[in-house]
Design a protein around this ligand. Structure first.
Ligand SMILES: Nc1ncnc2c1ncn2[C@@H]1O[C@H](COP(=O)(O)OP(=O)(O)O)[C@@H](O)[C@H]1O
Ligand SMILES: [Mg+2]
Length: 358
């Protein structure tokens, strides 16, 4: 199949059609509501961590890297016994956090940052494609549907055009519409041998943060994409073959609306659980209660003596006693993994595990 030339951005199509504008308003409204709620919460890292675990799992699942929460729990608490897929999901989460920190610090998204993110996901330094042979296939039939541009220099030119489009708002198009365009363009440049889908989905959230539509990285589309997977592949392809920009943009905007609503429900649920457990510990274990302790119990869905020891600046013995008391009162469930005792916050774990896509 011949190599198709990918046009530079901005697209020369009418993007703000009636259908797009209608869905845009809905997406913006839902996203603003999520942002408004999340902004008022004191312990944001709790929500971010929780939401990120699910996204890392889902975004990897789109690429057939399949794990379970139990598997991830193993990988996070004790890397040695974990499956390769679970380790890859943990790398994805590391890349996501790292990308977020970079964007906050630099206030831009650059080609080098994108290369770094992909390198973290894949745990290699291959960087931009140098060798020919990368093709996109129809998942079902195996037929080649698209051959992305080859040549490192050419790929870099397209990436720098994309970089400019992301960082400079010369076109006055709504950022949520631009997000759809950016995702299409990045996937079509397909700059890496592998990891393009996952890197592209990280860019989406970084872009929302860059444009100030969210303060915390908590809106992700992967679980929506899983539920509407064939449309995802079909529309990416049909923008190219049949100029179906409108359908593609509406698809992404609908995802933003649906996921904003679902995420809002999830973060409310977690927040309520933090408050309930807080009250219960205060009542039943008044001597050990502190806000900092609650924070630590919800930081991940598990904890260890060392985290309590460092987090509260207490002795190892005190930290161990705290955890035993918490387990005795039913707040945590412990299990010995390798040489360590790991304490699971089952209430948090269950909230995360039983999200719609899981
Ligand atoms: N026809 C297409 N045109 C452009 N991009 C596509 C097309 N089909 C799939 N993609 C993108 O390619 C991604 C898969 O690329 P790949 O490098 O294997 O990523 P990963 O390793 O993260 O799986 C998909 O998730 C999707 O975003
Ligand atoms: Mg892949």
């Amino acid at each position: 199949m011949y190599e198709q030339k990918l046009p530079m951005l901005p697209p020369s199509f009418e993007l703000e059609t009636k259908a797009v504008l209608k869905q845009l308003a809905r997406a913006n409204r839902a996203l603003a509501e999520l942002k408004g709620y999340a902004d008022t919460i004191p312990n944001k890292h709790i929500l971010i961590n929780a939401v990120m675990i699910n996204e890392s799992k889902d975004s990897s699942a789109i690429e057939n890297i399949i794990t379970t929460h139990d598997d991830l729990y193993q990988a996070m608490s004790n890397a040695s016994g974990a499956s390769p897929a679970a380790k890859e999901v943990v790398s994805y989460r590391t890349a996501l956090w790292h990308g977020y920190e970079l964007v906050k610090e630099r206030e831009m998204i650059t080609t080098n940052m994108i290369i770094e993110i992909q390198g973290t996901i894949e745990k290699n330094r291959a960087g931009i494609r140098k060798l020919p042979g990368t093709v996109l296939r129809n998942e079902r039939t195996g037929e080649t549907v698209y051959t992305p541009l080859e040549g490192e220099e050419e790929i870099r030119i397209l990436l720098s055009n994309l970089e400019k489009y992301m960082n400079e708002d010369y076109d006055d198009v709504d950022p949520l519409i631009k997000l759809a365009i950016i995702h299409y363009q990045f996937e079509s440049i397909h700059p890496f041998y592998d990891g393009n889908g996952r890197t592209g989905r990280i860019i989406n959230i970084l872009y929302l943060v860059l444009k100030g539509l969210l303060e915390s990285p908590i809106l992700y589309l992967s679980s929506y994409i899983i539920r509407n997977k064939s449309a995802y592949y079909r529309l990416l392809q049909e923008v190219r073959t049949s100029e179906k920009w409108e359908e593609w943009i509406v698809y992404i905007l609908t995802g933003i609306e649906e996921m904003s609503e679902e995420t809002l429900k999830l973060v409310k649920k977690i927040n309520i659980e933090v408050e309930i457990m807080s009250m219960e510990i205060k009542e039943r274990l008044p001597k050990i209660y502190s806000k900092e302790l609650i924070d630590l119990l919800f930081y991940e869905f598990y904890t260890k003596t060392i985290y309590i020891e460092n987090g509260l600046s207490v002795t190892r013995k005190t930290a161990a006693n705290y955890l035993v008391s918490l387990e005795n009162e039913g707040f945590l469930t412990s299990e010995k993994i390798g040489k360590e005792r790991i304490y699971q916050n089952k209430r948090l774990y269950d909230i995360i595990k039983f999200m719609p896509s899981n």
